[in-house]
Design a protein around this ligand. Structure first.
Ligand code: ZN
Length: 182
C-alpha cells in the first residue's frame, strides 16, 4: 500500500542545516525511507496517482526534507513519456561541471516550498556527480539539462540551500543572451 510521504516545509529547521556523511551500512529504516521517496516521486509524476493520492509533482527529494540531516538524494527522472530512471546517491559530490550555464525557464519548484517563487536559478548545464549506492559501491553519473538541474537542486539541500537563495533579487530573470533557458 502506498503511503504518502510527510515532507517538511521550508520553515522547518532541518531544511537549513548542513547534512552529515552517511556511514555504511544503511539501516533498514533508511533503506525503507529511500524506497518510499522513490515511490512518492514516481507516483507524483503519473497523473492517475498524482490525483488519486493528491500529490504535488516532483522529481527529487533529499533526506533533510523528510527530517534527516544525512547526505542522501533521490531523483526520479522521466526520460521519456512514462519511463523513469531512479538515481539514489549517497554522499554525492559534484566533481566537474560545464562552463555553460542554464536555467529552467519556468523557474524551479521544490516539494518543501509551498508557494510560487518567481525567477531563474542559474545552474551548470552539465555536471558529473560521484557518490555511493545503497550498498556502499562507488557510482558516478554525467547529467545534463533538467537532470543536471535536479542534481544541483538536491545537493544544495544537503548544504541547507534552497533554490530561491540563488535567484538574484535585483534581477530575477535572465534573457536568452545571458543564459540558456530550458
Ligand atoms: Zn527541493
Amino acid at each position: 500500500m502506498f503511503k504518502k510521504l510527510e515532507i517538511l516545509d521550508e520553515k522547518d529547521k532541518h531544511l537549513r542545516k548542513k547534512s552529515e556523511d552517511v556511514i555504511f551500512p544503511l539501516s533498514n529504516d533508511e533503506k525503507k525511507l529511500i524506497q518510499r521517496m522513490i515511490d512518492h516521486l514516481t507516483y507524483s509524476q503519473i497523473e492517475e496517482y498524482e490525483k488519486k493520492y493528491d500529490l504535488r509533482p516532483g522529481m527529487g527529494l533529499a533526506f533533510p526534507q523528510v527530517g534527516i540531516n544525512k547526505k542522501v538524494i533521490v531523483i526520479v527522472h522521466e526520460y521519456e513519456d512514462g519511463k523513469f530512471d531512479n538515481y539514489v546517491f549517497i554522499n554525492p559530490k559534484i566533481v566537474s561541471y560545464s562552463e555553460e550555464m542554464i536555467a529552467a525557464e519556468a523557474g524551479e519548484g521544490c516539494l518543501s516550498v509551498n508557494r510560487e517563487v518567481e525567477g531563474h536559478v542559474p545552474r551548470y548545464a552539465r555536471v558529473t556527480v560521484e557518490g555511493y549506492d545503497e550498498d556502499g559501491n562507488k557510482i558516478k553519473v554525467r547529467a545534463r539539462e533538467d537532470l543536471a538541474i535536479a542534481f544541483q537542486h538536491e545537493i544544495d539541500h544537503l548544504n541547507g540551500i534552497l533554490f530561491y537563495d540563488r535567484i538574484n533579487k535585483n534581477k530575477p530573470f535572465f534573457t536568452e543572451n545571458e543564459i540558456r533557458l530550458i
